[in-house]
Design a protein around this ligand. Structure first.
Ligand code: KDG
Length: 315
């Protein structure tokens, strides 16, 4: 495998119309979940990606498994759990802040929250080039956290690049002290970390880009850090090289999933040997493509689509 990820896929029920959920009549079903999004982003670019997780052996679990399989993601390490349901969440769009989405989770006790160390095929992890997980998996349950930590340890020992997207979802943590402690432990195992400025401030106490890079290296020895700055683009430091790339201005339907598109396309492009700047530009293009529609995965680009998109922006 090029990329193996550990985390919870979810059915997203996205409000077809903007406004508070109590007035929304129609919802659209999408296969999502941060790590699954990264796997699909990689597969669309021809990479071999696979997901370690548990899904409910129910209609939503079958939908997600078949969707991922159809996208070319290896689902051989997805356990279908007959006792617990597949997690779902609803997306409220454009209210109260236009262009911003909010999520309401129904995932407590989900199959993926019962993910445990026993579900981690160590050989599968050791043989991958990149092992990816996020702060979401660290938050959903103690057993899922242990599974993610174990996979990180195995991958690191085998010389794979361990990738961590902090993805702090406040609704999933009991308190922020716990988040700081657990995410810090995971950062110490990672080779590359993706975060935004709010996460840098919360986890590293770092205000601003330079402080984030400095603290990540000083506290965790991290020399590969990517800061996602939303509409202001992204900035990365990769073994001494530093690049800043602007975001593409596009009409926003739903910003959810942009970060995963960025991570999946960035990692795939780096694995293809495209270099830091080009990988960041391609990742920004993918993030922009994803926010123009509802759903996290439908608009993830294939190789040729990135070139067409970039030409459309004069690139
Ligand atoms: O990054 C997008 C994800 O946040 C979304 O698909 C839902 O995985 C999700 C989560 O746990 O919030």
């Amino acid at each position: 495998m090029d990329i193996v990820a550990v985390g919870e896929p979810l059915v997203q029920l996205n409000a077809v119309t903007r406004g508070p959920l109590r007035h929304v009549q129609y919802f659209e079903k999408h296969s999502t979940g941060s790590e699954a999004n990264v796997c699909v982003a990689a597969a669309r670019l021809g990479m071999r990606s696979g997901l370690i997780t548990r899904l409910g052996n129910d209609e939503f679990g079958l939908f997600i498994r078949d969707w991922l399989r159809g996208e070319g993601v290896d689902v051989s390490r997805v356990v279908m759990d007959g006792e617990h349901p597949t997690g779902i969440y609803f997306v409220q769009r454009g209210y109260p802040v236009p262009g911003v989405s909010d999520v309401v989770y129904y995932r407590h006790g989900s199959a993926a929250s019962f993910l445990s160390e026993e579900d981690v095929d160590r050989d599968y992890v050791r043989e991958s080039r990149v092992l990816h997980t996020t702060g979401i998996t660290l938050a959903i349950s103690e057993s899922a956290r242990s599974a993610a930590m174990l996979a990180m340890d195995e991958a690191r020992r085998a010389g794979a690049l361990v990738s961590l997207d902090l993805n702090i979802r406040r609704k999933l943590w009991r308190n922020m002290d716990e988040a700081v402690d657990v995410v810090g432990k995971a950062m110490a195992k990672a080779g590359v970390v993706f975060m935004d400025e709010e996460e840098a401030s919360m986890i590293l106490g770092a205000e601003g880009v330079d402080a984030a890079f400095r603290e990540a290296e000083r506290r965790f020895g991290l020399t590969k850090v990517v800061l996602k700055l939303g509409r202001r683009g992204s900035v990365a430091r990769w073994d001494g090289e530093e690049e800043r790339v602007n975001a593409f201005e596009v009409p926003v339907e739903d910003p959810i999933g942009a970060g995963d598109a960025y991570v999946g396309v960035f990692l795939s492009s780096m694995l293809k040997g495209m270099g830091l700047r080009k990988s960041m530009v391609r990742a920004s293009a993918a993030a922009a493509m994803v926010v123009t529609v509802r759903g996290d995965e439908e608009n993830l680009p294939r190789e040729g689509d990135i070139d067409v998109f970039l030409r459309g922006f004069g690139g």
